[in-house]
Design a protein around this ligand. Structure first.
Ligand SMILES: NC(=O)c1ccc[n+]([C@@H]2O[C@H](COP(=O)([O-])OP(=O)(O)OC[C@H]3O[C@@H](n4cnc5c(N)ncnc54)[C@H](O)[C@@H]3O)[C@@H](O)[C@H]2O)c1
Ligand SMILES: O[C@H]1[C@H](O)[C@@H](O)[C@H](O)[C@@H](O)[C@H]1O
Length: 338
């Protein structure tokens, strides 16, 4: 294969961004077909992709088009499973946006299908593994001079959320990023996780519990305290402080000037995830293309996506039990050992 000819399934917000990214900033890949259950949405996406782009409303037809040799899935999480399984059945590499799917049971079906195919075909879009800041923190931890990490203090704050955002989504849609990136960052695995509900913000819509505090402990005993706070009202504020034996490492954020003005010293906070992680998405998709052209996958595997969903299920259970819940994965199959 010398070029990926992609069918993109799910032409919503991030799907359209990935089309623009692939057509204009990524080497070695072109979107040749787009698919959305709403034909108007697919047609609008085809306009972004350019003349000659095929338009589908059925993912099986798009994925099995003989001109297509790779797939990008950008439907909402609860609709990821079917196009991913269709891509595996067709033997075509597939990049899916996070989460792999919304439940561990569905993720297991994907892992089983990929192992049965005998080929590594699935990469999950946990783009923080490609973020420059997280990579700089990882290099410092791996260097060893800071000693072992012991405590992680993280925030995942957003300006606000839509009315259909649920209490469980604070885990499955939002904290899922930290659930994936932190074990990668500190070379460890989750052991048990707990969700604690502080006083709910008056800005949260009816029925939504926000903020939430997630306490997550790894197998070697490192403890993470994660604040998910999606109605903070002041911007998209991602932080990660790693307290090690000999020092403290703080995640660098994209730099803005610090200004002194009107008796204040201040720095801008990014508005949203699109802007905060813009560069990471580009690096991530290019890395997927480079790997897929060699018959490989990079970044997070289907197994990583499955483990993230097992962890998310445990946190969601803790949202009602209030107790620490164990994360039980059964161990990494040889197929996924790196
Ligand atoms: N990595 C990130 O930071 C990031 C950011 C935003 C969204 N996402 C993820 O991207 C995915 C999409 O999010 P979004 O905000 O773009 O959603 P969206 O609702 O804007 O778009 C989803 C699109 O998929 C279409 N669709 C639904 N079911 C379909 C099916 N079976 N076949 C074809 N099309 C179908 C919908 O009609 C819609 O146009 C989600 O999994 C989300 O978690 C990731
Ligand atoms: O889909 C988005 C996206 O994954 C963002 O990176 C995350 O911060 C949001 O919480 C989530 O809703």
């Amino acid at each position: 294969m010398d070029e990926l000819k992609i069918a993109l399934v799910g032409c919503g917000m991030i799907g359209k961004q990935h089309i623009d990214r692939i057509q204009n900033r990524i080497k070695g890949a072109t979107v040749v077909a787009v698919c959305d259950v709403f034909e108007a949405g697919a047609k609008a996406a085809a306009e972004i992709a350019g003349p000659g782009t095929k338009v589908y409303t059925d993912s099986a037809e798009a994925i099995n088009d003989p001109d297509v040799n790779a797939v990008v899935v950008t439907t909402p999480g609860q609709f990821h499973k079917i196009p991913i399984l269709q891509a595996i059945a067709a033997g075509k590499p597939v990049f899916t946006e996070k989460p792999l799917t919304n439940t561990a049971a569905e993720c297991k079906e994907i892992v089983d299908a990929e192992m049965a195919s005998g080929k590594h075909l699935v990469q999950v879009g946990f783009m923080r593994r490609y973020d420059r800041g997280y990579n700089q923190v990882k290099e410092l931890i791996d260097d060893g001079k800071f000693g072992a990490p012991m405590i992680l203090k993280c925030t995942h704050r957003a300006d606000g959320v839509a009315e259909d955002y649920t209490t469980a989504m604070a885990v499955t849609d939002t904290a899922i990023h930290e659930i994936d990136v932190l074990p990668w960052l500190i070379n460890d695995e989750w052991d048990e996780v707990q969700c604690i509900m502080p006083k709910t913000s008056s800005k949260a819509h009816a029925g939504l519990k926000d903020p939430q505090v997630m306490i997550m402990k790894t197998k070697t005993g490192i403890v993470t305290m994660l604040e998910v706070n999606v109605n903070c009202g002041f911007g998209y504020d991602i932080n990660c402080e790693v307290v090690c034996e000999n020092g403290v490492i703080n995640l660098p954020c994209p730099s803005f000037p610090t200004v002194r003005f009107a008796n204040n010293v201040s720095t801008k906070i990014e508005d949203n995830w699109i802007l905060r992680f813009m560069d990471s998405y580009d690096v991530e998709i290019q890395d997927w293309v480079d790997h897929a052209l060699k018959g490989e996958t990079g970044g997070s595997s289907a197994w990583d996506g499955y483990v993230a969903s097992i962890t998310a299920d445990a946190l969601v259970a803790s949202q009602t039990s209030g107790k620490a819940e164990k994360v039980v994965t059964g161990g990494t199959p040889d197929f996924y050992k790196k």
